[in-house]
Design a protein around this ligand. Structure first.
Ligand SMILES: [Zn+2]
Ligand SMILES: [Zn+2]
Length: 366
């Protein structure tokens, strides 16, 4: 059985005050922040906390004195509750010593800006002027938030920033809710910033978007986030790109897909067609006997890879356009063709329907 009194270096006659003093001394000595990577100190620290968590509560202590550790509640989850006890007892003097809050120097927050661009802009790269809001210290009041007379001492905590009150057997310290720990309140707020001590400013920044970005590409612009506190470094600005859907091209990674309509004679006899590309147009030779849904690759005419000369491909999927209206002459010719090719009737309509379906769903790519 663990001897909580021995762990704290006291005996069972110790008063609450003795226990508290012993705990304070040991916890400081074994605190993990003072003993980094020291497993033994960490174990000892846990033990000290377990012991004190039990003995500082009169009811738990009584149970412990009677039944030993088994009579005390389980401590498996004690770290959660322990945090509060620890804060309460050490809050004020551990705060500065271990968290580095003393200097008040802090890095500014990072900012995120969502930037939408077109597929053409993503393909060629672009430069965009953006207007980003940032908090900056108020010039009018020098960041104090007060108009003429300076801030007044907080009446709730009398300037301490925290208030003490009695909870059971020990005194507890909490951040003052009136002044949020500042120790002072603003009674005569600055008109420019409304007492905040900072104002929202809009700044124009020119962003170079490299060629090849995609949706959710993050571009980091160092030092353009919120300014730091008391000389701390500024945060970073992250531009997150969103590439708009294109009416003609469908993008998949570095490749671009598009559909091109062919007439039946073009598909059957072969043809040279002009195909739209992301930055102009390109001639594409269609061989005789081309089937609906067949794909043709235009090498290197897709999207670039950011920071490289390499480019993806454009894939053209052909579609056979069936005329809706025929004149007399066209009808005669087609009927003639149907006879000679043995294509009369609907013997092949099933296969044709499937092919048409493939065209519209984009299947049948090479
Ligand atoms: Zn101000
Ligand atoms: Zn206060």
């Amino acid at each position: 059985m663990k001897d909580y009194y021995r762990i704290l270096g006291t005996d069972s006659n110790a008063t609450q005050d003795d226990l508290k003093k012993a705990y304070r001394r040991l916890a400081l000595k074994c605190h993990p922040d003072r003993n980094p990577d020291d497993k033994e100190a960490e174990e000892r620290f846990k033990e000290i906390n377990e012991a004190y968590t039990c003995l500082c509560d009169p009811q738990k202590r009584m149970n412990y004195d009677r039944f030993g550790a088994a009579g005390a509640p389980s401590f498996e989850g004690f770290t959660g509750g322990f945090g509060d006890i620890f804060e309460n007892i050490f809050g004020d003097f551990f705060g500065d010593a271990f968290s580095g809050r003393a200097s008040g120097r802090a890095r500014g927050s990072d900012l995120r800006f969502d930037l939408n661009i077109t597929l053409e802009e993503a393909a060629s790269g672009t430069e965009k002027s953006i207007n980003i809001p940032r908090w900056q210290g108020c010039v009018k009041c020098g960041g104090s938030g007060s108009k003429d007379k300076g801030p007044s001492v907080c009446p709730a905590c009398k300037g301490a920033g925290h208030v003490r009150f009695q909870q059971g057997f020990f005194s507890v310290s909490r951040t003052c809710s009136r002044c949020h720990g500042q120790g002072s309140i603003i009674t005569d707020p600055c008109e420019a910033c409304g007492g905040l001590g900072k104002v929202k400013n809009y700044r124009d920044i020119t962003v170079k978007v490299p060629a090849g970005v995609d949706t959710d590409t993050r571009l980091k612009i160092a030092g353009e986030g919120e300014s730091g506190v008391r000389g701390g470094p500024a945060g970073d600005l992250y531009i997150v790109t969103g590439v708009e859907e294109h009416p003609f091209f469908k993008r998949e990674g570095m490749n671009l897909y598009c559909k091109a309509p062919l007439s039946f004679p073009q598909a059957a006899l072969g043809a040279e067609i002009e195909v739209r590309t992301i930055d102009g147009s390109h001639k594409l030779r269609i061989p005789p006997g081309t089937q609906p849904g067949e794909g043709f690759r235009l090498k290197g005419m897709g999207m670039p890879r950011p920071g490289s000369r390499h480019k993806g491909d454009q894939i053209v999927i052909v579609n056979i356009a069936v005329p809706k209206h025929l004149n007399q002459r066209q009808r005669e010719l087609l009927e003639e063709l149907a006879k000679t090719a043995g294509m009369q009737g609907d013997t092949d309509s099933k296969g044709l329907k499937k092919k048409l379906k493939d065209i519209f769903t984009g299947a049948g790519t090479q």
